[in-house]
Design a protein around this ligand. Structure first.
Ligand SMILES: C[S@@+](CC[C@H](N)C(=O)[O-])C[C@H]1O[C@@H](n2cnc3c(N)ncnc32)[C@H](O)[C@@H]1O
Ligand SMILES: CC(C)=CCC/C(C)=C/COP(=O)(O)OP(=O)(O)O
Ligand SMILES: [Mg+2]
Length: 292
């Protein structure tokens, strides 16, 4: 535990990171302000830290030659990122207005807002980054949904949620920062029996053999630890999570990356994603599992 002196003079105890690694990740996301994320979020106020899926709308994109092309390209990338969230939400099962959902590793909260807008339910998000939680809570306040959508700074492996409290939970590109046995034990604890867990993730392909140089490059770029596809199913099986749907989204995410590689907002990691998806060493996967 670390203590923080509040401006009121009261001393509040807030949990510190559970490990030095988590401290690194908190700092990473506190300092993140890449235009590829902020400019896309500015399109409609939904801020994502995940990638896109679906076909490019070439009619909407129009000609490269005219002055508005770059803005249309940004809108198109953003549309594909929001389409990714819609597919994740499609797999949560029937959710009522009275239900609570957990977004584990919620980032700036784009998926939480979309979940509330679709289901009318409460959404609890956790992130290691105080800056991200503040950002997500400010957006919820601006949208007038702060009584339903809340982000907290906490470790997704040890949340303050009660056993069986949530109808559904997810990791949207956030499971590569944690041990999967520990992660699924916590989801299994907070999910109601019969509830649904969904992840969209990048994983290395056991058929390739070991993580390729591209996968290693992605790990180094984001300070994360991409797991193998095999590890997901093993850890789920060990934690009462039974896969109900497995979708290989790799072919659907490639157009996003190929379009992004042509944009002025490139970050340098595009080649690693494109090459690893193409050589089969890396896969973009959705897994939906029942908590039994
Ligand atoms: C790539 S971002 C994804 C954000 C969000 N899911 C989205 O789709 O926009 C990864 C997120 O995982 C969070 N994260 C990583 N390790 C975590 C942990 N142990 N506990 C809580 N959040 C964690 C980071 O703080 C960050 O918000
Ligand atoms: C699929 C894998 C392996 C994802 C790793 C986690 C990650 C960093 C996701 C995107 O975040 P971002 O939106 O902040 O990244 P970028 O700045 O590249 O858009
Ligand atoms: Mg991004």
């Amino acid at each position: 535990m670390t203590s923080t002196e509040l401006t009121t003079g009261a001393t509040a105890f807030i949990p510190g990171p559970a490990s030095p690694y988590q401290g690194d990740i908190a700092r990473y996301w506190d300092g993140e302000a890449r235009p590829v994320n902020l400019r896309l979020g500015d399109v409609d106020g939904l801020y994502h830290h995940h990638y896109g899926i679906g076909d490019i709308d070439h009619a909407a994109l129009g000609d490269t030659g005219d002055g508005g092309y770059e803005n249309r390209l940004i809108s198109e990338l953003h549309r594909l990122e929001s389409a990714q969230t819609e597919v994740l939400l499609d797999h949560l099962g029937p959710i009522g207005r009275g239900d609570t959902l957990l977004d584990a590793g919620c980032g700036r909260g784009g998926s939480m807002v979309m979940a509330h807008q679709r289901f009318g339910c409460d959404v609890e998000g956790v992130t290691l980054s105080a800056k991200q939680a503040e950002f997500a809570n400010r957006r919820a306040l601006e949208l007038g949904i702060d009584d339903h959508v809340r982000a907290r700074v906490c470790n997704m492996l040890d949340t303050p949620l009660e056993r069986g409290q949530v109808a559904a939970s997810w990791n949207n590109e956030s499971s590569m920062y944690v041990d999967l046995e520990d992660l699924f034990a916590e989801h299994s604890r907070v999910l109601t029996v019969g509830g649904r867990y969904v992840t969209i993730t990048g994983c290395w392909n056991p058929r390739y053999g070991q993580p390729s140089k591209w996968v290693s490059q992605i790990n180094a770029h984001f300070e994360c630890n991409i797991h193998s596809r095999r590890e997901y199913f093993r850890a789920m099986a060990n934690n009462r999570l039974v896969p109900q749907a497995v979708i290989d989204l790799t072919p659907e995410t490639l157009p996003y990356w190929e379009l992004r590689a042509t944009s002025s907002l490139v970050t340098g990691i595009e080649t690693a994603f494109i090459n690893s998806y193409k050589d089969g060493s890396f896969q973009y996967l959705l897994i939906a599992a029942d908590r039994v």
